[in-house]
Design a protein around this ligand. Structure first.
Ligand SMILES: NC(=O)c1ccc[n+]([C@@H]2O[C@H](COP(=O)([O-])OP(=O)(O)OC[C@H]3O[C@@H](n4cnc5c(N)ncnc54)[C@H](O)[C@@H]3O)[C@@H](O)[C@H]2O)c1
Length: 421
């Protein structure tokens, strides 16, 4: 099968990758059910689907599901540091899925891989961060006429696409998978919460108990990171720009303060805002000796790395995924994973059990787009609510958890406006 087009690190890694793909599959019961139905019904027949996603064992299971649904799938990385090279090899060698992704690829190769995926002339796109869609609209507009629709995985991508739609430049409809409750309530919160700490611990082996952990951004991801850091015994400090979220952080039991103050107190900093230069050069210069800085937001723009490079007098790699920056006054600041999503750079990304729901949404959103693209405008759409609710139902069922059903009397009561006590 290795004749599928590819640019991966080493096809010799395929056997190890296949074992990981199978391990993830065992924990993705909802996606397995969808795959079985897709195999029979082939709802994606005729789709040429270019997917730009983190190339992990969970993504491999999604790609196989889409292929079994009848799509011609081509996969490229959505981040230079998030690829699992053995999984990429197995996708090519064992499953015949064209894959363009190498962990640690430079920016030039990253964009070449996007171009390689677009060379398949997709009529469906599946994106994580909207780089593929942006590349398509700005560099390969000649291909746009054939595109029926797309899906987007993450918060940052949805924000970019909404701004394209707002400016009237988005040329086809996109379903925002991130907005499904069965995506962001679980993936962003529990997935990012657990795996971000996993990445930080694997990179540093630091003890969190008793340390000041500064979480920048108290959105879905930030709540997860803060909750898990607290569970390890850390003192959590939250920085925010949105008053309601700051208040929520306070009432969840965390300290809240501006980053300029937090910069002096933190032992570990984690950015999860989707914003730019949340930790600036000034903040980096105010940190204690030994402060550790990491990012779990989509782009490596949250920490001002240029300022770190310029403000420090030397830099050396002291462990895998740990760069030490030495300031002229002798203080050291450690940057993890070059400021890229630390949960994917230094660990394995979200656990498969949570990606089960995110990727069930992706698969069903792709099916919905194939069926209904003709009815949709050039806008960003939410995942239809029945799909979202069905995924929650299937997940509960797979976990052996049963819940109650409304009685007819209760339904009537809840729907009426004229019944009080
Ligand atoms: N690492 C992962 O695997 C992973 C998974 C899901 C999402 N993400 C990414 O993480 C980021 C956050 O996602 P989310 O779903 O939590 O988004 P969200 O919109 O729910 O939360 C972001 C929060 O950051 C706050 N914020 C913005 N600018 C700030 C600033 N300068 N200082 C402090 N707070 C600021 C916002 O007010 C908001 O509350 C996005 O880039 C998203 O794409 C990463």
């Amino acid at each position: 099968m290795a004749d599928a087009k590819h640019d991966v690190k080493d096809l010799g890694l395929a056997e190890h990758g296949r074992l990981r793909i199978e391990w993830a599959e065992a924990q993705m019961p909802v996606l397995r059910l969808i795959r079985a139905r897709f195999g029979k019904e082939r709802p994606l027949a005729g789709a040429r689907l270019a997917a730009c996603l983190h190339v992990t064992s969970e993504t491999a299971n999604l790609a196989i599901t889409l292929r079994d649904g009848g799509a011609d799938v081509v996969l490229c990385a959505s981040n230079p540091l998030s690829t699992q090279d053995d999984v990429a090899a197995s996708l090519v060698a064992d499953y015949g899925i064209p894959t363009f992704a190498i962990k640690g690829e430079d920016d030039k190769t990253y964009y070449q891989h996007l171009t390689a995926a677009l060379d398949s002339r997709p009529n469906l796109t599946m994106d994580d961060g909207a780089d593929l869609v942006t590349q398509l609209h700005t560099q390969r507009a000649d291909l746009l006429a054939e595109v029926l629709g797309g899906t987007e995985e993450t918060t940052t991508g949805v924000i970019r696409l909404r701004s394209m739609a707002h400016d009237g430049v988005l040329r086809y409809p996109i379903i925002a998978v991130n907005e499904a409750l069965t995506k962001h309530m679980f993936d962003n919160r529990y997935g990012t919460g657990q795996s971000t700490l996993d990445g930080i611990l694997r990179a540093t082996n630091m003890l969190l108990a008793g340390r000041n952990v500064v979480v920048c951004g108290y959105g879905w991801c930030g709540k997860g990171v803060a909750m898990r850091a607290k569970g390890h015994g850390a003192n959590v400090i939250v920085t925010e720009v949105e008053p309601t979220r700051a208040l929520e952080a306070l009432m969840d039991g965390h300290r809240v303060m501006p980053i300029a103050d937090a910069a002096r107190e933190g032992d570990l900093f984690v950015t999860v805002t989707g914003d730019l230069k949340v930790i600036s050069g000034e903040h980096l210069a105010a940190m204690k000796d030994g402060a550790i800085v990491a990012n779990a937001g989509h782009f490596n723009a949250e920490i001002d790395i240029d300022a770190l490079e310029q403000g420090s007098k030397s830099k050396r790699r002291v462990r895998d995924f740990v760069d030490e920056y030495l300031y002229p006054d002798g203080r050291r600041v450690f940057l993890l994973g070059e400021g890229r999503l630390i949960n994917l750079a230094a660990a394995e990304g979200h656990p498969a059990a949570v990606m089960d729901m995110s990727f069930a949404n992706q698969a069903l959103a792709a099916e919905h787009m194939m069926r209904h693209h003709g009815d949709l405008e050039r806008k960003v759409y939410a995942v239809p609510e029945p799909i979202d609710r069905e995924i929650a139902r299937l997940k509960l069922e797979s976990l052996g958890v049963r819940i109650d059903k409304l009685t007819a009397e209760q339904s009537k009561y809840l729907e009426s406006w004229d019944q009080g006590t």
